[in-house]
Design a binder for this molecule. Structure first.
Ligand SMILES: Cc1cc2nc3c(=O)[nH]c(=O)nc-3n(C[C@H](O)[C@H](O)[C@H](O)COP(=O)(O)OP(=O)(O)OC[C@H]3O[C@@H](n4cnc5c(N)ncnc54)[C@H](O)[C@@H]3O)c2cc1C
Length: 286
């Protein structure tokens, strides 16, 4: 216990990720504020253990043997303020919720991202994209914490983002994101537009489904490369690429993280061998 904040030992990470697979984290915490986050970091420092940051856990794979680290989820760090055309959100705010609140406040420009699961910080780290729109299109600045406990601000520079690639480094903990939107009175139309994108957004009736595993190489689609190579799961494997989007994996009950990882590595190697293109991971393997 750190004050009121609970740091759990041997936390089953299965509960958190989209695949419902993987082992336990040595320690796990869900701070609700920057002050709590700093106390948790101090705990890790005192114990001399590594730190892994996650958000809602929709885009991570946890190894079966678990993680010898303190896993910190920022999903309980919530809150939003709106000033003029600027929305400032804490890292744990759900991206989809931000879009709804923006529309309620006559701010539009993110409807294309409707339906993407997970937090705004998680979305920021992969520069979440859908329907021709990327989060970086509305990004204004991001506040982040470095492991030494210092707070920094990263303003928008168009060249620091790329499709599915972020301006934030892997050791930077995002603690706030400011998004600049477009003031508009056409909110009914924006709401309809957003609903249309959510409907289009395919989430199958199966909870163990991933987002896109690989980033799209420049000017190409990773899904097309994978389907051209006719890659499926190994015989008997409980993980396979989906017939709806061949860059997404779905799994059957009882699937292990090892099975998912070996499908991912086999696919990356086969695509390289057959096309000469090295696919880069979008999913974070902790
Ligand atoms: C069914 C499905 C559909 C999806 N569709 C899309 C899509 O259309 N487009 C798209 O872009 N993505 C898509 N995704 C991927 C995923 O939803 C997004 O990447 C999401 O934004 C991740 O948010 P999260 O909070 O769950 O992050 P997590 O999965 O918890 O973490 C993802 C990454 O973000 C980092 N991270 C999280 N929080 C912080 C923080 N506070 N500071 C620093 N780093 C942090 C983690 O270290 C990790 O590397 C989909 C996923 C699923 C399951």
């Amino acid at each position: 216990m750190l004050g009121e904040l609970l740091i759990t030992e041997n936390y089953p990470m299965k509960r958190l990720n989209s695949f419902s697979a993987g082992g336990s984290a040595r320690y796990y915490a869900q701070p609700r504020s920057i002050a709590e986050l700093m106390s948790v970091l101090e705990f890790a420092y005192r114990k001399g253990i590594a730190v892994e940051i996650i958000g809602g856990g929709t885009h991570i794979l946890v190894p079966d043997e678990g993680i010898d680290a303190l896993v910190i989820s920022t999903k309980d760090m919530r809150g939003m303020t709106i000033r003029g055309d600027l929305i400032t959100a804490s890292p744990g705010e759900m991206l989809d919720n931000i879009i709804n609140i923006a529309i309620e406040h006559n701010l539009i420009g993110m409807e294309e991202l409707g339906g993407i699961p997970g937090t705004v910080a998680g979305a920021m780290t992969i520069n979440a994209s859908a329907n021709g729109k990327s989060l970086s299109d509305v990004f204004f600045y991001g506040d982040y914490l470095t492991i030494d406990g210092k707070i920094h601000r990263r303003p928008y520079y168009s060249d620091s983002f790329r499709k599915q690639g972020s301006a934030f480094g892997s050791t930077e903990i995002i603690i706030g994101v400011a998004l600049r939107l477009q003031p508009s009175k056409a909110t009914a139309e924006a709401r309809l537009r957003k609903e249309k994108y959510v409907e289009k957004f395919f989430i199958p009736p199966c909870p163990r489904y991933s987002g896109q595993i690989f980033k799209d190489p420049e000017g190409m689609s990773a899904a097309e490369l994978i389907s051209k190579c006719y890659l499926t799961g190994e015989n008997g494997s409980k993980a396979e690429f989906s017939e709806y989007d061949s860059n997404c994996i779905f799994t059957y009950p009882g699937c292990t993280a090892d099975e998912i990882k070996s499908l991912i590595l086999h696919t990356r190697d086969s695509v390289l061998e057959k096309t000469g293109i090295r696919l880069e991971l979008s999913l974070d393997i902790l």
